[in-house]
Design a protein around this ligand. Structure first.
Ligand SMILES: [Cu+2]
Length: 270
């Protein structure tokens, strides 16, 4: 009998594991991934979803099984068996969550690092223009390490000012001010962000990126769009009564369309 239950436990654990992986690969709840960050982020999400599915299904199944199996039999008025703890079981249920949490922590750190979150932030181009180097406070930095040095030449710098309750974008080279962000497909965008009043957050779900915009402490956010389209920009930090209305759009377009837009909106043309 103990051998049979051990075998059953093993089989159901394997089924549970495979089921968790299957669910994570077949239930897609995320919006379209439209930046170079998206696949990295989605990888972490998938792993978390596998762990979550296994835990959720496993625990629910155990509870339902116990409700049926250990239900009081008709006419049984005895007390339950006197249980005095189980050291092995306690070690097991402390060690397993500890290992899982440690793994998730280290893995998340690795993903954040791969997204450029751990890059030193003093590479910013505007820092050289100021005599006293401007301190960037935080941000998803320069993406993969290779692009860190080529940052200045190939990336498109845009300044973002957030205020209650709007995002304003400024293209320094062409001196264009707009409430709608236009970016070319496949080119790294270097957003330098600062707030006029309270803390806001720049969030584009399709880019899998979110970064705080803080008064007095500039932050940066680098991303490379990989799909054309019109995606929402959402303020993700409760910033006042109209926080819910603080939205804009990012329009990712082919280089030629972007150039046309730049030309049509630059000061000289107007
Ligand atoms: Cu806001």
């Amino acid at each position: 009998m103990p051998k049979l239950s051990a075998t059953l436990t093993l089989i159901s654990s394997v089924i549970l594991g495979i089921g968790g992986v299957w669910i994570a690969y077949n239930v897609d709840m995320l919006p379209l991934g439209a930046s170079m960050n998206a696949p990295i982020y989605d990888e972490l999400y998938r792993v978390l979803f596998i762990i979550g599915s296994i835990l959720f299904i496993g625990m629910t199944a155990l509870v339902i099984y116990s409700l049926i199996q250990f239900r009081r039999k008709p006419g049984d008025t005895d007390d339950g068996i006197n249980l005095e703890g189980n050291i092995t079981l306690e070690i097991f249920w402390t060690a397993v969550p500890a290992i899982v949490v440690l793994f998730v922590g280290l893995y998340s750190y690795d993903i954040y690092d791969r997204m450029g979150g751990m890059q030193p932030l003093m590479h910013d181009h505007s820092a050289q223009m100021d005599n006293q180097a401007e301190r960037l406070w935080g941000g998803i930095g320069s993406g993969p390490i290779e692009t860190a040095s080529s940052n200045n030449s190939s990336s498109l710098p845009i300044e973002l000012t957030a205020m209650q309750f709007a995002f304003i974008f400024h293209y320094p080279k062409e001196d264009i001010i707009t409430g709608e962000l236009h970016v070319p497909l496949g080119k790294e965008v270097n957003l330098k962000m600062e707030s006029k009043d309270v803390i806001h957050a720049f969030w584009v779900p399709q880019f899998r990126l979110k970064q705080d915009v803080i008064p007095g402490q500039p932050t940066i956010l680098n991303f490379t769009p990989t799909k054309t389209g019109n995606f929402p920009i959402v303020c993700a930090e409760l910033c006042g009564p109209y926080h819910g209305g603080m939205r804009s759009n990012v329009i990712v377009e082919e280089q030629e369309d972007f150039d046309t837009w730049l030309r049509e909106n630059s000061k000289e043309t107007v």
